[in-house]
Design a protein around this ligand. Structure first.
Ligand code: NI
Length: 181
């Protein structure tokens, strides 16, 4: 994998790369230089994309680190604009059994969108960059982004959760669906 040392920007692993299918390892030393470098690389890489989240395995590092970075998009004009949030060793539990299907894409699966069922309301837990333990409740779009990124740490991609192959579409068709909605 080509890495740009000066900027931290990395290549994004594409579907089929073995790293996307590994169970990622917990971060044991949040203050280490390696962890700092990983976080910097993830931030720099995500900033070059239109993505709303990124998981460490997507830049080839099988560690339990995600960024959740909700912002308004064509599909989710009311999605909250938030500071990209780094979450180390994240965990969650659903607050109800209710799932909603909505469209997702992934930087590791270009050109494709699909309808994915996700829990609507979740309680999450993670360590922040300073090692503080954070617990908070997420719902809707932000909860969806979290669950998508969390799956990357379990070696899963969103296509694994699609219930019907007919729910998988080319990005060009997805934009037609959006414009006709
Ligand atoms: Ni993804």
């Amino acid at each position: 994998m080509t890495n740009t040392q000066e900027t931290g920007i990395r290549e994004i692993a594409q579907l089929g790369a073995p790293v996307l299918r590994l169970q990622a390892q917990p971060v044991s030393d949040i203050a280490s230089a390696e962890t700092r470098q990983l976080i910097t690389a993830m931030q720099a890489t995500l900033a070059t994309t239109a993505g709303v989240g990124l998981a460490a395995p997507q830049i080839g590092v099988s560690q339990r680190v995600i960024i959740v970075a909700s912002k308004p998009t064509a599909r989710y004009p009311k999605a909250p604009l938030m500071e990209p949030t780094i979450m180390l060793n994240p965990a969650f539990k659903p607050l109800s059994d209710t799932k909603e299907k909505d469209w997702e894409g992934c930087l590791s699966v270009p050109g494709i969108r699909a309808l994915v069922p996700r829990f609507r309301e979740i309680m999450i837990h993670y360590s922040d960059e300073q090692g503080n333990s954070v617990e908070t409740r997420l719902e809707g779009f932000v909860a969806r982004v979290f669950q998508h990124e969390f799956d990357h740490l379990e070696g899963m991609v969103y296509l694994d959760r699609v219930e019907d192959n007919a729910d998988i579409v080319a990005e060009s068709e997805y934009f037609k669906i959006l414009n006709s909605a």
